[in-house]
Design a protein around this ligand. Structure first.
Ligand code: GTP
Length: 361
């Protein structure tokens, strides 16, 4: 257990990420790359910026990916520990499984959220309101796919409604944003060693038992990276500076694009901002990368190829004259010369696209 003054967080990182398949068949969602950095690196940097230096990752699925991507996170200025579930315990059981390592008021975060929210302000509200559990609430245009949260005028929570389907059930547009501040002793209410849901079981029971719980509604950038389109959109948001993240892409910023170096850019190759070119990437003659392109480390873009609005993971080979538009390409994919890969296409790692093929979403 950490000392009373060390601020702590638990990150839920054990889901299978079914909506983000096929990308998550090959890599756990919490460490899919965003501008060539693992998603959780952004959360850890945000936590660090708000004084949290001790983080426990509640893991279950593809734990080795998470360890390989983050290690002990010393480079991010936090101490990172892993607690592994033998069987997935859900969002409630996952936090409970990590509860022996935490004390005080701790942040609990879903590992698939990208936000620049002012967590210091969240803590202030938690302390001044006498809240024992504070939930970050986010307004969204269409709340149907999320859990709705109802609060009174003072912000005290009144109830939850999980993924409503009927119009009359949609009584608010604020949703549970997947970031909480919880007084650690309350975690003892979650049963140990069995699957449970923090949203559907733990929070509703707190409210039913009259324990003060408050909502916190900041004006902040927030996105849930659960689907391929949200995953790509989040990177365009980062590229366009729509989120104030304490973490920038690796390398040097030149004319609005980030270039990590160690690769080769042919003299006539064009990098159109905003874009990111990973370490060791090679750009061939007369190719055009961007706007809105992310080229993974060690990828190679052939001569006359065009990559626009597309996210490429590591070591992708793009043949001469190929065109990639608004798509997502997993690691080690080979795209043949003059192939066309269109909007919404998601290519799983290792896929091979023949020369002159056309793939549409
Ligand atoms: P989908 O399958 O696409 O819904 O994604 P998911 O598996 O990530 O589920 P969901 O988005 O509902 O999960 C919210 C957060 O809880 C994510 O950060 C998950 O990694 C995490 N999570 C979900 N299930 C478990 C679990 O059984 N154990 C742990 N430790 N974390 C979990």
């Amino acid at each position: 257990m950490a000392s009373a003054r060390t601020l702590q967080a638990v990150i839920l990182a054990g889901g299978q990420g079914t909506r983000l398949r096929p990308l998550t068949l090959e890599r756990a969602k919490p460490v899919v790359p965003l501008l060539n950095r693992p998603l959780l690196a952004y959360q850890l940097a945000l936590l660090r910026a708000h004084g949290v230096s001790d983080v426990v990752l509640a893991c279950s699925y593809r734990v080795d990916d998470v360890r390989a991507a983050l290690g002990d996170a010393e480079h991010l200025g936090v101490r990172l520990r892993y607690v592994v579930e033998l069987e997935p315990l859900g969002t409630g059981g996952g936090v409970r499984n990590a509860s022996d390592l935490v004390s005080g008021s701790l942040f609990v975060l879903n590992g698939d959220i990208l936000t620049d929210a002012d967590l210091t302000a969240m803590r202030r509200l938690h302390e001044t309101s006498g809240s024992r559990t504070t939930i970050f609430l986010q307004p969204v245009p269409d709340p149907r796919q999320y859990g709705l949260v109802e609060a009174d005028e003072s912000g005290r929570l009144l109830g939850f409604r999980e993924k409503p389907t009927l119009d009359e059930e949609i009584t608010t547009n604020t949703i549970n944003a997947g970031i909480y501040l919880i007084d650690a002793p309350l975690l003892a209410r979650i049963p140990r060693g069995r699957e449970s849901s923090i949203e559907r079981e733990f929070f509703p029971a707190l409210i039913e038992d009259g324990i003060p719980c408050y909502g916190w509604s900041p004006t902040a950038y927030w996105r849930d990276i659960g689907t391929p389109s949200a995953y790509r959109a989040a990177q365009l948001d980062l590229l366009h500076g729509r989120a104030g993240m304490p973490l920038t892409p690796a390398g040097e910023c030149r004319d609005g694009s980030w270039i990590a170096g160690g690769g080769a850019v042919a003299p006539e190759a064009q990098i159109v901002a905003p874009s990111v070119v990973g370490a060791g990437a090679a750009l061939g003659r007369r190719c055009r990368v961007g706007p809105g392109a992310v080229i993974g480390d060690g990828s190679r873009i052939g001569p006359d190829a065009c990559v626009e609005g597309a996210i490429l993971w590591e070591r992708v080979e793009v043949g001469a004259g190929a065109v990639l538009q608004d798509c997502i390409v997993g690691a080690n994919v080979r795209i043949g010369a003059y192939a066309r890969v269109g909007p919404e296409v998601v290519l799983e790692s290792g896929a091979v696209v023949p020369e002159h093929a056309t793939l549409a979403g």
